[in-house]
Design a protein around this ligand. Structure first.
Ligand SMILES: *[C@@H]1O[C@H](CO)[C@@H](O)[C@H](O)[C@H]1NC(C)=O
Ligand SMILES: *[C@@H]1O[C@H](CO)[C@@H](O)[C@H](O)[C@H]1NC(C)=O
Ligand SMILES: *[C@@H]1O[C@H](CO)[C@@H](O)[C@H](O)[C@H]1NC(C)=O
Ligand SMILES: *[C@@H]1O[C@H](CO)[C@@H](O)[C@H](O)[C@H]1NC(C)=O
Ligand SMILES: *[C@@H]1O[C@H](CO)[C@@H](O)[C@H](O)[C@H]1NC(C)=O
Length: 467
C-alpha cells in the first residue's frame, strides 16, 4: 500500500481529519474552544474583550469594558481616595508613556511594578498590564517573555483579541506554528473573518507549518501528533469508547508497565507520545489473546491517523475489521474510524460503505449515525445530516454531543433552505445549550461557529484548497 501522506503536507491531515471526524473537534483544532471555555467571559453570547483602539498597548482596561458590556455605568464606581487599583493605573500610565517614547526596558519596569501591587481580583486591569508588558517584550524581540505574558493575560480574559494576536505572532517567531495557528484562527473567528491582515498571517502560518511538518516527516518518517486538547476532543467524540470497557479498564489498573497495559495507562494519563510504541510492543508478542491484539491494533491505528499516517491507520483497522471473533463494538469503532480516513482521502463512497457495514452489524448503534451525520454535514448535505443526528439522539439521548450537533445541523439546514423561522429557532436552541451545559466545551464551539455562520465552512474550504 502506498503511503498517501508522503505526497501531501502532513499537518493538514490533522485538519482534514478532524473535519472528517467531528465538526466540533475541528473547531478545537482551529483553536476556538478554549477561548469560549470560560463562563465569566462569555456572557450574552458574546465574548468580552477590551475594545481599546488599535494601538500597540492598551490604555483602557478589560474590567471597565466588562462593566460597560454588562450595562453598568463605570462612573458610579468612582472613589475619592487613591486605591490600589489607581496606583496600578498610575504605574501603567508611566509604562505607557515610556513605551510611546520607545523606552521599552523602562516601560517593562513600570508594568512590572504595576503587576506587583495589582489585586488579583482586578482581572481586567491585570490582563491589560500583562498585555502591555508583552507588547514591550515583543519590541525587544524577547518572544518567550512575550508569550508568557500573553498566557497570563489570556488566562484572565480568554478572548482578549490583542493578546491572542500578539501571542500568535510571537509563537510564530519562535517556530511554534501549531499553537500560533490556533491563536490566529481564534482571532480571525472573533473578527468574523473580516480582518485581511490576520487572514493573510494565518495563511503564512499554515504554509510555515506545512513546511515544518514536511521537514519533520522527512527526518523522522512520521508527522507529529496534534495538540493534546485536539486528541482529547477527538477521543471524546466516541460515545461508545472501546477503551472504556471493563477489560481495558482492568488492564489499565494493573501493575504491569509494558505492551497493552502501558498503552492504556498512557491513554489514561494523556501521555500520548508513548502509546504507539507500547502498542507495537504488544503486537510483537505471539501469545496474546485476540482481544488484546485487536485493541492494540485499533489504538495504534487511532494514533497513526492522528499523526496523519493514513496508510498505516487503514492497514491496522482493516486487520481488526477482517478478523473474526472480534467484539462488535470494536469492529464498529474500527469501521467508523476507517470511514473517516476514506472520507479524508476523498474516497467518499468507500466511507459510506464502511458506515453502512457498521450499521448492518448493529442498527441500534447511535455512534454510527452520529459519525455518518458528521460526514453528511461536511459534505454540506444538511438534510441527511439532520436525519442521522436525529436517529443518533433517539438511540442515545444522553450523549450531549449528538444533541448539540443535531441542533447545529438543523440550524445549518434551515439556513441553507432560507427558512428564517427555523434559523432563529435553532439558533436560540443552540444558545440554550450553552446555558444548559456551560462546561461543555463543544456547545460553545458550535455556538461560536454559528456566530461565524457559513463563512466558517468557506474558510475551511479555502484552507484546504491552499495546501
Ligand atoms: C481600569 O479599571 C479600574 C478599576 O478596576 C478603574 O479604576 C480605572 O479607572 C480603569 N482605567 C481606565 C483607563 O479605564
Ligand atoms: C487587523 O489585524 C491587525 C493585526 O492584528 C491589526 O493591527 C489591525 O488593526 C486590524 N484591523 C482592523 C480593521 O481591525
Ligand atoms: C501515570 O500517572 C501516574 C500518576 O501521575 C504515574 O504514577 C504513572 O507513572 C504514570 N504512568 C505512565 C505510564 O505514564
Ligand atoms: C434494535 O432495537 C429495537 C428496539 O429497542 C429492537 O426491537 C431490535 O431488536 C434491536 N435490533 C437489534 C439488531 O439489536
Ligand atoms: C455571515 O456573516 C457575515 C458577516 O457577519 C454576513 O455578511 C453574512 O451575510 C452571513 N451569512 C449568512 C449565511 O448568514
Amino acid at each position: 500500500m502506498s503511503d498517501s501522506t508522503n505526497s501531501s503536507l502532513g499537518f493538514l491531515s490533522n485538519w482534514k481529519f478532524s473535519l472528517a471526524v467531528c465538526v466540533p473537534c475541528f473547531a478545537v483544532g482551529l483553536g476556538a474552544t478554549y477561548y469560549f471555555y470560560s463562563k465569566s467571559n462569555y456572557k450574552n453570547g458574546r465574548p468580552l474583550e477590551p475594545t481599546a483602539k488599535h494601538q500597540e498597548i492598551d490604555g483602557n482596561n478589560a474590567t471597565l469594558n466588562q462593566l460597560k458590556t454588562n450595562g453598568i455605568d463605570s462612573k458610579t464606581v468612582k472613589v475619592n481616595k487613591p486605591t490600589l487599583s489607581e496606583q496600578v493605573e498610575e504605574f501603567k500610565k508611566q509604562g505607557n508613556a515610556e513605551f510611546s517614547k520607545q523606552n521599552f526596558e523602562a516601560a517593562i519596569m513600570f508594568y512590572t511594578q504595576a503587576l506587583s501591587i495589582c489585586p488579583l481580583s482586578e482581572k481586567g486591569l491585570l490582563s491589560t498590564v500583562y498585555q502591555n508588558r508583552a507588547a514591550a517584550y515583543n519590541k525587544l524581540n524577547d518572544y518567550e517573555n512575550c508569550v508568557a505574558d500573553c498566557d497570563k493575560a489570556l488566562s484572565l480574559v480568554p478572548s482578549y483579541k490583542k493578546a491572542l494576536s500578539r501571542r500568535a505572532r510571537a509563537l510564530s517567531e519562535l517556530g511554534n506554528y501549531k499553537l500560533a495557528l490556533e491563536d490566529i484562527t481564534a482571532v480571525v473567528m472573533l473578527d468574523e473573518f473580516k480582518n485581511q491582515t490576520d487572514i493573510m498571517f494565518a495563511d503564512s502560518v499554515i504554509k510555515s507549518l506545512g513546511k515544518q511538518n514536511l521537514e519533520e516527516y522527512t527526518k523522522h518518517n512520521a508527522f507529529s501528533l496534534p495538540t493534546k486538547i485536539f486528541i482529547e476532543n477527538y477521543l471524546k467524540s466516541f460515545s461508545e469508547d472501546p477503551f472504556n470497557d471493563e477489560f481495558p479498564r482492568t488492564l489499565m489498573n494493573l501493575e504491569i508497565n509494558t505492551g497493552l497495559e502501558l498503552a492504556l495507562k498512557c491513554l489514561k494519563n494523556k501521555t500520548y507520545e508513548q502509546i504507539e510504541d507500547a502498542c507495537k510492543e504488544e503486537l510483537k508478542k505471539t501469545d496474546n489473546s485476540l482481544i488484546r491484539r485487536t485493541l492494540a491494533l485499533n489504538l495504534l491505528a487511532t494514533f497513526s491517523i492522528l499523526r496523519g499516517n493514513y496508510a498505516s491507520g487503514i492497514e491496522h483497522l482493516t486487520a481488526v475489521i477482517e478478523t473474526s471473533g472480534v467484539p462488535n463494538k470494536l469492529v464498529i469503532n474500527s469501521l467508523i474510524k476507517r470511514a473517516s480516513v476514506y472520507h479524508q482521502l476523498d474516497q467518499v463512497e468507500k466511507s459510506y460503505e464502511d458506515l453502512k457495514r457498521a450499521e448492518n452489524i448493529d442498527p441500534n448503534s447511535s455512534e454510527v449515525f452520529h459519525h455518518r451525520a458528521q460526514i453528511y454535514l461536511l459534505e454540506m448535505n444538511s438534510e441527511k445530516a439532520v436525519e442521522d443526528f436525529k436517529r443518533a439522539v433517539e438511540l442515545n439521548s444522553k450523549f450531549i454531543l449528538s444533541n448539540v450537533q443535531c441542533c447545529y445541523a438543523q440550524y445549518i439546514h434551515a439556513k441553507q433552505t432560507s427558512n428564517e423561522l427555523d434559523t432563529e429557532k435553532f439558533l436560540n436552541k443552540l444558545k440554550g445549550f450553552v446555558i444548559k451545559y456551560p462546561d461543555y466545551a463543544e456547545s460553545y464551539t458550535l455556538y461560536a461557529q454559528v456566530k461565524i455562520n457559513i463563512t466558517f465552512f468557506q474558510y475551511i474550504k479555502y484552507i484546504l484548497k491552499c495546501i
